[in-house]
Design a protein around this ligand. Sequence first.
Ligand SMILES: C[S@@+](CC[C@H](N)C(=O)[O-])C[C@H]1O[C@@H](n2cnc3c(N)ncnc32)[C@H](O)[C@@H]1O
Length: 318
Amino acid sequence: MTGAEGTEPRREGAAAPSGVRTGPLVAGERVTLTDQKGRRHSVLLRAGGVFHTTHGGVAHDDLIGRPEGSVARSVGGHLFLAFRPVLNEFAVSMPRGAAVIYPKDAAAILMQADIFPGARVLEAGVGSGALTLSLLRAVGSAGTVYSYERREDFARVAAKNVETFFGGPHPAWRLRVGDLVETIGPEPVDRVILDMLRPWDCVAAVAEVLIPGGFLCVYVATTTQMGRVMDQIRTHEGFTEPWAREYEVREWHAEGLAIRPAHTATGHTGYLVFARRLAPGVTAPLRRRRPAPGAYGPDYTGPRPGWVRALPPERDDE
Ligand SMILES: C[S@@+](CC[C@H](N)C(=O)[O-])C[C@H]1O[C@@H](n2cnc3c(N)ncnc32)[C@H](O)[C@@H]1O
């Protein structure tokens, strides 16, 4: 394994769109209306349009031309607060082909995989494009996000979501339809993010293009996938010892003396596995710590890291 060198000059260009709009609300854009019970409704503003509610209609013209944070009154006297949806709201409400990476995990990926302005990031699969939005915003116009998706219908959904959010095509985005291992390009990349079935099948392919020191991040939904991909990363020997994390978010209720965790909680989303690419020709130093008893015993059928293969076989009674 040689790994890729990071010598390609960074692209200079016009500022990338951020997906953030300011100024008065205009016809043709989407707003989120929050009612007095805290329920949220997504509405596409159009001149002369009406948002129908059980408390009577809300005229879109009452909002068009007014600043975000304005209140509109329905015919029945109910009040609705209007804001434009921000990235984390858009990502969970946009049309979906496949399950999305939730904002709490996307935020952790940006920080823990160290995604930076100008970075070249490889992402697979694209699914609905939720993570793609965060990656594009983070790398900006000087970066590149190479996104691989093997399903053309999902790629179309993702492309539409990206264009809707950024108001047009994003200059840093290269969307490629095809299986990652079969269609991976030769470009060196600084970061790799995998969110797909069987990510362990792609570890060797992405190691070829990931620069030394670059981060590999794998998002998995189950602990069995977590274990399998970590053992595959170890078995490859071109990465550091991988580490795994789960991020939990707890909402709070704070009103007068009633201060407690909120009743609603985000359920299980997934686990994040990280590792860093080693220099060309370097293999990870042999671990001195023995694995836990049974970790790689006779029942274990997954990939075996080299240092495990070098150990005397475990007996059933150990
Ligand atoms: C859970 S979705 C990705 C969701 C995406 N990260 C998001 O935040 O919206 C997984 C996607 O990986 C794609 N996929 C699975 N294996 C693939 C492969 N070998 N190459 C390219 N895409 C693949 C699937 O078609 C699916 O769309």
